[in-house]
Design a protein around this ligand. Structure first.
Ligand SMILES: [Zn+2]
Ligand SMILES: [Zn+2]
Length: 163
C-alpha cells in the first residue's frame, strides 16, 4: 500500500504493528476499520456529506484502483505508449516519403530526357529551316549516309516529312 495511506480520523497507518483494513468513501476520504463506522455513521466526519464506503482489502473497481497508482508510473507508462505510437506512425511516414521522393527523382530524370529531346528537335528544325533558305535549298538536297533527306517543306512550324 502507498506510504501516504492513513486513516483520516485517527491517523493510523499500515505497518504500525497491528493489521487494520481501510475503507474509502465516495467522497474520497479514508478511514480505518476501527473508525469507519463512527466516521461515516450519519455523514462523513471530514466533509459532512452523505457517503457510502468500500473496503480497500477486497476487489475494488478500476477507477478506485487507479487513484492509488503512482502518478510518476502513470506518466512513464503514458510516455512509453506515446513514443511507441509516434515511432509507429513516423516509420510509416518515412517509408512513404522515401517512395515518393524516388518517384519524384524518376519523374525529374524523365522530364530532363524529354527536354533534351525537345531541344534536339528544335535544333533539327532550325537546321532544316536554314537549309531551306539556302539558294537552291528545299528540294533535292543531296542525300548522304547519316543525313536527312527533306522531301517536303515544313508547314505550320512543323517539320515536314522526314525519312
Ligand atoms: Zn482510524
Ligand atoms: Zn468525506
Amino acid at each position: 500500500m502507498a506510504n501516504y495511506l492513513h486513516c483520516n480520523a485517527c491517523y493510523f497507518r499500515p505497518g504500525m504493528g497491528i493489521q487494520r483494513r481501510f475503507f474509502i468513501t465516495n467522497c474520497s476520504h479514508i478511514y480505518c476499520e476501527t473508525c469507519v463506522t463512527a466516521a461515516t455513521k450519519d455523514k462523513c466526519k471530514i466533509c459532512k456529506s452523505q457517503c457510502s464506503t468500500l473496503c480497500l482489502s477486497g476487489k475494488i473497481p478500476k477507477e478506485v484502483e487507479s487513484m492509488f497508482v503512482d502518478p510518476v508510473e502513470s506518466i512513464q507508462k503514458f510516455l512509453k505508449e506515446f513514443c511507441q505510437k509516434l515511432e509507429f506512425q513516423r516509420s510509416h511516414q518515412r517509408r512513404l516519403m522515401r517512395h515518393m521522393t524516388e518517384q519524384l527523382k524518376c519523374a525529374e530524370k524523365k522530364m530532363s530526357e524529354v527536354n533534351k529531346m525537345i531541344q534536339r528537335a528544335q535544333q533539327l528544325e532550325r537546321s532544316f529551316t536554314a537549309l531551306q533558305h539556302r539558294p537552291g535549298g528545299g528540294t533535292n538536297i543531296p542525300s548522304q549516309t547519316g543525313r536527312l533527306l527533306i522531301r517536303t517543306p515544313p508547314s505550320g512550324g512543323r517539320l515536314g516529312e522526314l525519312f
